[in-house]
Design a protein around this ligand. Structure first.
Ligand SMILES: *Cc1c(COP(=O)(O)O)cnc(C)c1O
Length: 243
C-alpha cells in the first residue's frame, strides 16, 4: 500500500511538472496539497513520510480524529471545507495555518473575535463560487472584492489569496472559465492595493482538472482521489449543506 501511494504521488508530481512545462511555469510555483477527507491517518502518514508536507481536511471532526496520529510528523494543515461558526473554537485547537474556505462576512467576524480572544492570527483564502452552482460554497464572484475589503479590516485574518472549486464538467473550456474568473478577480484585487491583503495564492485544480488550473495560474492544487483512490462518500456530502 505504501508503494502504491508513493507511485501515485510521483505520477501527480509528473503531471504538475508537465503542466508547468506546457505553460512555461516553474514547478516550484505550484504546491501540491493532499485533500485527505475520509482517508485514515495511517495512509496520510505514509504520504507525509514520503516527503509530502501540505494536507487539508474538510471537516473539523476529521482533523480532531487524526490529530494525535499525525502530530509527530512535521507538516502543514489547511482547512478546505465549509466551516460552521459553531466549529470555530474547535478548529483553532488543531494547528491549522490556513483556512482556504472563508466565504462570508459573518464567519470572518466570528473567526476574528475568537482569534483576538486567543491572541492568534490565521491565514485565509477567500473561496469564490466561480461555477455559479448553488450546490457549492464560496462567495458570489460579484461580491468577492467587497468581502476582501471587509476582511482586510480584521487584523487577525491574513488574506493570502483566493480558492475555488471548478465546474464539474468534461468540457475543459467551461472548467477553464472558472479558473480564469478567479485569476481575473485576483488581478482586480491586486490593482486595488488594499492594505493587509496579499494575493499570491490561487488554490484551484483537483484530480480531474489540475492541468487546466495550472495553465491558468494555480499556485496550489488540491488532490485527493488521484492519490488515495475513490472515496465512499459523494463530494456532495462535503460540499452541499443540504445533504
Ligand atoms: C475533496 C476535495 C478536493 C480533492 O478532490 P479530488 O477530486 O479527490 O482530487 C479538492 N478541494 C476540495 C475543496 C475538496 O473538498
Amino acid at each position: 500500500m505504501n508503494e502504491e501511494i508513493l507511485q501515485k504521488i510521483a505520477l501527480i508530481q509528473e503531471r504538475i511538472n508537465n503542466a508547468c512545462k506546457e505553460s512555461n511555469r516553474n514547478p516550484n510555483e505550484v504546491k501540491l496539497l493532499l485533500a485527505t477527507k475520509t482517508i485514515p491517518a495511517e495512509r496520510i502518514k505514509m504520504a507525509l513520510q514520503a516527503g509530502q508536507t501540505l494536507i487539508a481536511e474538510n471537516k473539523v471532526q476529521e482533523i480532531k480524529e487524526k490529530y494525535e496520529a499525525l502530530k509527530e510528523i512535521p507538516h502543514t494543515n489547511h482547512f478546505i471545507g465549509h466551516l460552521q461558526t459553531n466549529k470555530i473554537k474547535d478548529l483553532l485547537k488543531y494547528n491549522v495555518s490556513c483556512i482556504q474556505s472563508l466565504d462570508r462576512l459573518d464567519l470572518a467576524e466570528k473567526l476574528h473575535q475568537r482569534l483576538q480572544f486567543e491572541n492568534k492570527t490565521i491565514e485565509v483564502l477567500i473561496q469564490v463560487n466561480t461555477s455559479f452552482e448553488e450546490s457549492k460554497f464560496g462567495v458570489n464572484p460579484d461580491n468577492a472584492i467587497e468581502l476582501v475589503k471587509h476582511v482586510a479590516h480584521l487584523e487577525t485574518l491574513k488574506i493570502k489569496g483566493l480558492m475555488t472549486i471548478g465546474l464539474f464538467s468534461s468540457e475543459t473550456e467551461k472548467v477553464r472559465k472558472c479558473f480564469r474568473l478567479l485569476k481575473d478577480i485576483q488581478q482586480q484585487i491586486i490593482a486595488l492595493n488594499i492594505p493587509n491583503v496579499k494575493m499570491q495564492e490561487l488554490s484551484m485544480g483537483m484530480s480531474g482538472d489540475m492541468e487546466t488550473a495550472i495553465a491558468e495560474g494555480a499556485t496550489i492544487v488540491r488532490v485527493g482521489t488521484a492519490i488515495f483512490g475513490q472515496r465512499i462518500y459523494p463530494d456532495s456530502y462535503y460540499w452541499n449543506e443540504n445533504i
